[in-house]
Design a protein around this ligand. Structure first.
Ligand code: ACM
Ligand code: ZN
Length: 547
């Protein structure tokens, strides 16, 4: 009884302390003031050295406001005044912003597109939810409560992976994903666009990658562990991105301050490419684009220089398409059995003088060799390599950034070696895992159990890390693999609301990451998703609130 009373008191305190500002991710500092600001028909002013992209952001926001309120909001360049002022302030850190809502004007200060956009996103979350409807809505009081917000992210890398190799969703879905990432201030879309089951990016020098490698003749029905039934239906015809489409997506993301990090997964997860160009494999094939899930033993043959040429040619076109500093080369789940039997690979091991040590086979070091060559090439293009934590096996390439997915141990090991790390442990951040315990009531998923509170609870720093090592944790990412996710509705269902929980792990300082406050805000977040036309999993929160 006392416990119930206490939790009621705490709940009331939490509600009253955070009654108005329910922004997710919650800002660093919020002061709520009396009064409100009327939004309909206000001018937007860009003040100082506002760059072109930021100017476009201001125009976009003005158009959204005009549409929603039904009264035209104009954009004016020049001095601050009545209206919403976008004030360039070079003293602000890259993604930081200050947002002051007064009764006569709103002042936003930042030094970059990102800072300004994150301020706009905070402002939108404080406005009537109809701002997300994308159309005029009558009978809405277009006001926003007065407040002062000072904000900046905890981590510079705030990522989400979408897998379009296993299932393809297309331009509109990816734009919708970018839109919802923007709401929660994520700034990196890790785009997994090649794998055993489909190659989905046009490479001009190797046209068969998409012509042949995008299509599998059929797909496993049901779960890999329980089914041997296939649907008999080809999948993937036309399901790939032309280079023009890629450029369009990259540009769309850039307008929001989101970088797209492409992943060309190698030397494993390459069966679609092997099908298109069998000479790339150790045996020469024939191969077929994989029709089931899991880890294929057929991988790129590293013994042949023609394979290295292929890799560097592909990376060259990838660098032309993606301005991102980071390029992801995969490196995960690469079985070594074919290399152990391959005369070319064994000859290469001899030539390189590679020797097994007590921890790793010679073939592990062969993978390190290919990673290092990819890294050297990317460096000539001014880029940095990211790989999954398997790239730690053997010898880690000198400047590689490690994406720690098999827990946090890989990340801990990499920071000890002075390498940068992105944490994405599957136990907390694999969004293809079930989000409810009642799995028989859920759509088929890969397995596991990552409820929203598990996602929320992730802390990337561990006790063993020194302050210098913590500096190497660039940030956090969640991964949405799509073996079992075939359409956009289901994709959104797995993504939302866990994406919002992720955003607090990425953005909030530990003292601001408060589960109870988040839980109080999340109804508003669900409201945003639904108003914007997304399909969130709502019942997972009902379960949380009932606890
Ligand atoms: C992975 O989940 N294989 C990175
Ligand atoms: Zn080989």
């Amino acid at each position: 009884m006392r416990k119930i009373f206490l939790s009621c008191v705490l709940a009331v305190m939490a509600v009253s302390a955070y009654a108005k500002v329910t922004i997710v991710p919650y800002p660093q500092q919020v002061v709520e003031n009396e009064g409100s600001y009327k939004l309909a028909g206000v001018s937007l002013r860009s003040v100082g050295a506002i760059d072109e992209r930021t100017q476009a952001l201001v125009e976009r926001f003005a158009a959204e406001l005009s549409q929603a309120t039904g009264k035209s909001s104009k954009v004016i360049k020049g001095k601050a005044g009545k209206g919403i002022n976008f004030i360039y302030d070079q003293t602000m850190a890259e993604e930081a912003y200050v947002l002051n809502v007064g009764t006569k004007s709103i002042d936003i200060k930042a030094s970059s597109l990102r800072g300004f956009n994150w301020a706009v996103q905070s402002l939108k979350q404080m406005m009537p939810v109809e701002i997300y409807a994308g159309k005029a809505v009558e009978d809405v009081e277009w006001t926003v409560g007065c407040c002062q917000i000072t904000d900046a992210p905890r981590f510079g890398y705030r990522g989400l992976l979408i897998d379009e190799a296993r299932h393809f969703f297309g331009m509109e879905t990816i734009k919708d994903v970018l839109d919802v990432m923007e709401i929660h201030k994520l700034n990196k879309l890790h785009w997994h666009i090649t794998d055993d089951q489909g190659w989905r990016i046009e490479i001009k020098k190797y046209p068969l990658l998409t012509q042949v490698g995008s299509i599998r003749k059929e797909t496993l029905v049901g779960h890999l562990r329980r089914s041997t039934v296939y649907d008999g239906t080809p999948y993937g015809e036309g399901m790939w991105y032309t280079q023009d489409q890629i450029r369009e997506i990259v540009e769309y993301a850039a307008t929001k301050g989101i970088d797209i990090i492409p992943e060309i997964d190698l030397p494993g997860h390459m069966q679609a490419a092997l099908t298109a160009y069998p000479y790339l494999g150790c045996t020469g094939g024939p191969y077929e684009v994989w029709t089931k899930w899991g880890v294929s033993k057929d991988v790129l043959c590293i013994g042949k220089e023609t394979t290295m040429e292929f890799i560097l040619d592909v990376l060259s076109e990838v660098c032309d398409l993606f301005p991102s500093k980071f390029i992801h080369i995969g490196g995960d789940e690469c079985p070594k059995v074919k290399w152990a039997e391959c005369p070319h690979c064994q000859q290469k091991i001899l030539e390189l003088g590679i020797k097994a040590d007590e921890k790793h086979s010679a073939e592990h070091f062969l993978q390190s060799y290919v990673t290092a060559r990819a890294e050297q090439y990317l460096a000539t293009r001014g880029r940095r390599l990211i790989g999954w934590d398997e790239i730690l096996e053997g010898e880690l390439a000198p400047d590689a950034t490690v994406m720690s997915w098999r827990g946090t141990k890989g990340g801990e090991a990499a920071v000890k070696l002075g390498h940068d790390v992105i944490m994405t442990p599957y136990q907390y951040l694999y969004l293809d895992y079930y989000q409810s315990k009642e799995q028989d009531k859920e759509p088929l998923a890969i397995g596991g159990y990552v409820p929203v509170e598990k996602c929320y609870s992730f802390e990337p720093f561990t006790d063993e890390m020194t302050p210098e090592q913590k500096e190497h944790i660039l940030g956090v990412q969640a991964n949405l693999w799509t073996e079992y996710i075939g359409d956009q509705d289901y994709l959104e269902y797995m993504l939302l609301p866990r994406l919002s929980a992720l955003s607090e792990v990425q953005w909030c300082a530990p003292e601001n990451k408060i589960w109870e406050r988040y839980l109080d805000s999340v109804d508003e977040v669900i409201n945003i998703y639904e108003t914007a036309g997304y399909n969130p999993a709502k019942h997972v929160l009902a379960v949380q609130k009932a606890k």
